[in-house]
Design a binder for this molecule. Sequence first.
Ligand SMILES: CSCCC(=O)C(=O)COP(=O)(O)O
Ligand SMILES: [Zn+2]
Length: 211
Amino acid sequence: MQPAELCEDPRAMLAASAREFYRRGWMLGTAGNLSARLPDDSFWITASGRPKDLLTETDFVRVDDEGRVLEAAAMRKPSAETAIHRVIYRHFAEARWIFHVHSVEANLCGHFARDGALRLPPLEMLKGLGVPDAEPEVDLPVFPNLVDVAAIAVRMDAEFARHRPRVPGALIHRHGLTAWGPDAHAARHHLELLEYCFRYLVQARSLALGD
Ligand SMILES: CSCCC(=O)C(=O)COP(=O)(O)O
Ligand SMILES: [Zn+2]
């Protein structure tokens, strides 16, 4: 990946990120979507239904903060989950890059959630998510996977207005993780750290450990 600050047009970096996440098994079968916000609050987002290991410049659509298409190659539509990216950008000024992926572990961990929250394991790795506590008690918000994506976005909007999550991520049950950050590297780190927590939780459960 090239340094984010050298990257005024984020599409090459988004495509490289998608290839990496595809290789890691997190974007199989066209799953997932990635976006990056520009200074005018418009954002480039992956076009809907494209294979994430093969993205080219024409596989991105630029939309404004209301989701209206500003630039798109012929036949390309913005991700079906653009409304979720809009909610995140609206609530978190520091969010400039958003990565949404579908891993097996994320989908298993949704089953461990209680009352719309997944308790993260109290690991040193949480420092990378901005949690310096010695004995962290941190919850990741978990949302139901509704057929109507706009309805998921409405739930996220209400929850983020009620309570700001301590970590830059959210899980949709039986669907996947979305993580964000101020640049591509930070968003990737946040995604990796949360996926690490998911792997840890799945393995801890299979070993019948406490957390
Ligand atoms: C096979 S993935 C189903 C849709 C989805 O959850 C996703 O992340 C990809 O949707 P998009 O419209 O962004 O391609
Ligand atoms: Zn998805």
